[in-house]
Design a protein around this ligand. Structure first.
Ligand SMILES: Cc1ncc(COP(=O)(O)O)c(C=O)c1O
Length: 412
């Protein structure tokens, strides 16, 4: 992979902070955008913008065609046989909320169980808490082992005929753990549960295949996948979506509205109330083209090398001053590296690194239950992506070494 050429595609990476070139190592929060994606947005709004599905005039037809082409592009990315399973929403959070709400009015009743995991992002916990509070649905959680991998034996214990939904993240946004989705989906289906996959942290790094994964629903966000903010995807098996009631009501999702009631359209329109983010959908499809143009295998092997190098260098440089979280085996994780530096609060680490032009994330990473499980108040996370260089990894390790010695000078 020619990283120099890739970096030249990302205008934001030319910026400097505090006199240092930016080393952007927070792509798990949001990725930077290549120029083709920025151009696609400008082009859409310069040439094609109109409200889709509404006008009979040529421009509106062009906007509709662009939107539906983006839907077909996402279906191809997911290896989904039918584009009607692809619903455009604002992102993973909205997708999971819409889905949980819709299921609560159709598939879930008081006393039913939802089985999540302790490593979920808040967006895959709080919507289920809503159901617990409002519908009496119970929520259980699969635990992790010492390396931050799901304890698969928990599924044997916690899956029961009352389990109606099994929901999990494909990749942990804190630990980097890649979960064995197919195996879990098969176990869930054996008790008749639906399987929901939060692919927010996997879509940026690997081609997804909903058929191979064996899941019923999947969500991801465009902005972590080189696309713009405000566009994301909920995919569902079309035959399941056809049975589900809408969650948001308004224009475009109805076939008829009368003062005493409404009838709804078939999916995907049923779940896309209001004017959609057509420009975002078009730009997301260009982002997927860009990633595919690089090659998923090349991308993954480069990212893995960056992640592995970072882990090794941190431990070599800092020894027992640092605790790095996540699975030990490289095959079991993505390049998300969360760590605790002994005696230094993560917010101090992130502020001091910022002074060196290095952007990392510090805090609970929208995974407070996981922080509690790991018994840490917060962690620092570096999440490299395709545009990061080995030199930036070196800068991070040097910066952390300096910070560690500043707070805890070596004893003479
Ligand atoms: C695993 C995971 N799920 C869900 C989300 C929520 O994504 P968004 O804020 O784009 O809706 C994130 C974002 O960090 C995430 O990492």
């Amino acid at each position: 992979m020619d990283v120099g050429r890739i970096r030249a595609d990302f205008p934001l990476l030319e910026r400097s902070f505090h006199g240092h070139p930016l080393a952007y190592l927070d792509s798990a929060a949001t990725s930077q955008k290549p120029r083709v994606v920025l151009d696609a947005l400008t082009d859409y709004y310069s040439r094609i913008n109109a409200n889709p599905h509404r006008g009979v005039y040529e421009l509106s037809v062009e906007a509709t065609d662009a939107y539906e082409a983006a839907r077909a592009r996402v279906a191809r990315f997911l290896n989904a046989p039918d584009p009607s399973g692809v619903i455009f929403l604002r992102g993973t959070t909205e997708a999971l909320n819409v889905l949980a709400d819709s299921l609560s009015h159709s598939r879930l009743a008081s006393g039913d169980h939802v089985l999540a995991t302790v490593m979920e992002h808040h967006s895959n916990i709080v919507p289920w808490h809503f159901l617990r509070e409002r519908s009496g649905v119970a929520v259980d959680y699969v635990d992790i082992d010492l390396e931050g991998r799901l304890r698969l034996e928990d599924y044997d214990r916690l899956l029961t005929p009352r389990t109606k939904v099994v929901t999990l993240t494909h990749v942990s946004n804190v630990l980097g753990t890649v979960n064995p989705v197919r195996e879990i989906a098969d176990r869930a289906h054996a008790v008749g549960a639906l399987v929901i996959l939060d692919a927010a942290q996997s879509a940026p790094h690997r081609k997804l295949d909903v058929q191979e994964l064996g899941v019923d629903f999947l969500a991801f966000s465009g902005h972590k996948t080189l696309g713009p903010m405000g566009i994301g995807v909920l995919w569902g098996r079309p035959e399941l979506l056809a049975e589900l009631p809408p969650s948001l009501g308004g224009g475009e999702m109805i076939s008829e509205v009368h003062l005493d009631g409404s009838k709804y359209r078939e999916p995907p329109a049923r779940f896309e109330a209001g004017t959609p983010n057509v420009g975002g959908a078009v730009a997301l499809s260009v982002a997927l083209d860009y990633l595919e143009g690089i090659g998923w295998d090349e991308l993954r092997s480069y990212e893995r090398e960056l992640g592995d190098t970072l882990r090794t260098q941190l431990v070599d440089a800092l020894g027992d001053r640092i605790q790095v979280f996540g699975p030990h085996r490289s095959e079991e994780r993505e390049a998300v590296v969360s760590f605790a530096l002994r005696g230094v609060h993560p917010h101090d680490i992130a502020s001091l690194l910022d002074a060196d032009g290095i952007a990392v994330r510090a805090g609970h990473h929208c995974a407070q239950p996981l922080m509690e499980r790991l018994d840490v108040p917060a962690l620092t996370r570096a999440s490299p992506y395709l545009y990061n260089t080995r030199a930036e990894i070196d800068r991070l390790v040097e910066g952390l070494t300096r910070i560690s010695h500043l707070f805890q000078p070596a004893r003479a």
